[in-house]
Design a protein around this ligand. Sequence first.
Ligand SMILES: NC(=O)c1ccc[n+]([C@@H]2O[C@H](COP(=O)([O-])OP(=O)(O)OC[C@H]3O[C@@H](n4cnc5c(N)ncnc54)[C@H](OP(=O)(O)O)[C@@H]3O)[C@@H](O)[C@H]2O)c1
Length: 295
Amino acid sequence: MALWDRVAIVGSRGQLGTDLMAAFADLAPLALDRPAFDLENPASMAALLAQHRPTLVINTAAFHDVERCESEPALAFAVNALGVDALAEACRNAGAALMHVSTDYVFDGAARAPYPESAPPSPLSVYAISKVAGERLIARHGGTWFVVRTCGLYGVAGSRVKGTTFAETMLRKARAGEALRVVDDQTVAPSYTRDVAGAMRAIARSERPGIYHVTNAGACSWYEFAAEIFRQAGIAANLTPVSSAQFPTRARRPAYSLLANEGLHEIGYSMPTWQAGLRAYLQAKGLLGAPAPAS
Ligand SMILES: NC(=O)c1ccc[n+]([C@@H]2O[C@H](COP(=O)([O-])OP(=O)(O)OC[C@H]3O[C@@H](n4cnc5c(N)ncnc54)[C@H](OP(=O)(O)O)[C@@H]3O)[C@@H](O)[C@H]2O)c1
């Protein structure tokens, strides 16, 4: 029996979940969502997995409002750590492999070269600590598991937590004539959920468990990402780079969180650039304009 014979997707209505449902559409994946399937309710997960017997469960579900996690650590750990622990146990008992989505925030950002999968986590925030705990708890059950760490997600469905994407927010504010100040001192690889979902399918097909870093290729700051959004959308914006010190937040974020996609390279898969991912996203949303030439 192949790993992907019966695929189930937890959090199928999220922005990554929506694109995973599409990436595995030919396999008619099973959608597992709240309230019937709840990471905070181990019995609900055990019952549905025993009933449907998937061969691979892909978990996108998380409490990932990074600021709220600082003030609600119990909820962050209930979902991202203990919920994932219970999910891993239920998967092992049902004979299913687990592919779990984690984050670039597991690193502290002190590095100056992309983090390989083997780099030791050093989380800075409650959210990040809870995600590292989830990763570690999965491993204790001894089943077949994959952890896919990604960065700066955006997708056509929009984040369920934020109700929108960074690009949509930027475009809405620019159209309203707002002056935009965007941080220029965090290095990231914004990643299109359709590209990430395609890579996750390739990882499942490889049947090589372990940790994978999956991001669009290249690097930019949020300011550079915003500038490229306006360029590709063909919209003039009043955009100014600022330092993160000018936007104090409760949660500390890594200043540098590039992920070397070494595991992907080993299975012969490469990701499009972040600019190509953005273009595909804007096109899918009907937001692509006549871009001005790059300056
Ligand atoms: N967004 C980013 O920039 C980013 C960056 C790196 C890593 N990640 C990770 O990527 C994953 C997917 O993110 P996303 O942006 O696609 O998230 P999203 O759009 O907010 O979707 C999250 C999904 O999780 C579900 N969910 C939340 N709590 C749940 C629970 N207790 N039980 C069952 N389902 C629950 C939500 O269900 P409802 O539909 O009921 O709300 C929603 O469908 C997360 O694991 C996140 O930590 C995200």
